[in-house]
Design a binder for this molecule. Structure first.
Ligand SMILES: [Mn+2]
Length: 288
């Protein structure tokens, strides 16, 4: 049984509500590694990443560059050793580091499935909040004025990038993604076809039948009734049971998973915390 590395992104300054910085700490304290190993997915904590500042503007500087470069380095370390990885956030700007690492390792030959209530495709000019967690997908696609904090020269291939579950976005984001040719599965598509069918199509698009792929899951994609522990909940999301069932039916295993925006301060009866364990188990169990 290969080991899966847990990487904590203990940072919330890319969000307007920084409470998600505590998410990975809490999961570490509650022995996420042992829980998963007992359920048949052998995991270990590899590292935790945080920054010593409360100024979100500093993320756009050398400080952000080194934060994301360190995260990318640990992702590359895992892949080089033939191990899968799970980044646990923390705000969704983690994606800049996580997937820069994967893009470096695979030299750009890589697809990404982005499950999120939002498009995360703002630039610094179009973002109403200025929060970096609204920009990571645009950054990875190499657009506009954010790529300087990425640690890769490779961009995500928009044709092998899929969004699932979006329902809250600005027109500028939609314009960028449709111009680039990114595939978007809205909540309507999920209601019509079912999440398992949508996810299977997304894997086909992301892998182009053979290339490796990853999944970036923003917990706010899930309906807030099932996953209240997030910073920016949006009603009408993915049903948690349907998500778990769809992940169990994935046609192939991702090289890595990112679970972002876990904010313990908003959780209710540990619903979101327990769901994170179930999500990881559902993704890897059949391959463990
Ligand atoms: Mn997001």
């Amino acid at each position: 049984m290969a080991v899966v590395n847990l990487i904590g992104f203990n940072t919330g300054i890319g969000a307007t509500d920084p409470g998600c910085a505590l998410g990975p700490y809490l999961l570490h304290k509650h022995h996420l590694d042992k829980l998963l190993t007992a359920r048949g997915v052998k995991t270990r904590w590899l590292s935790h990443h945080s920054v010593k500042t409360s100024s979100s503007k500093q993320l756009f500087s050398m400080l952000g560059k080194s934060l994301f470069a360190n995260l990318a380095r640990d992702v590359q370390f895992s892949l080089r050793h033939g191990e899968n990885f799970i980044t646990i956030g923390g705000d969704h700007s983690s994606a800049i580091g996580t997937w820069s690492g994967a893009l470096n390792y695979f030299q750009g030959n890589f697809g990404l499935i982005w499950i999120d209530a939002h498009m995360d495709s703002h630039s610094r000019q179009t973002s109403p909040s200025g929060a970096l967690h609204g920009m990571p997908l645009a950054c990875l696609l190499g657009h506009d004025d954010i790529p300087m904090i990425s640690s890769t020269h490779h961009k995500l291939d928009p044709v092998r990038t899929c969004l699932i579950g979006v329902r809250s976005f600005e027109p500028e984001e939609q314009k960028l993604l449709s111009e680039l040719g990114v595939t978007i599965f809205s909540m309507k598509a999920i209601q019509k076809q079912g999440l398992a069918a949508v996810l299977t199509q997304a894997v086909e698009i992301a892998t182009d039948m053979q290339a490796p792929f990853g999944i970036s899951l923003d917990l706010d994609a899930i309906d807030p009734y099932d996953a209240p522990g997030v910073g920016t909940p949006v009603i009408g999301g993915v049903n948690a049971i349907e998500l778990l069932s769809a992940l169990k039916k994935l046609p192939s295993t991702p090289i890595g998973l990112e679970i972002a925006e876990f904010n313990p301060a908003h959780d209710r009866n540990s619903l979101t915390q327990n769901l994170i364990v179930d999500i990881i188990q559902a993704t890897w169990q059949q391959y463990a």
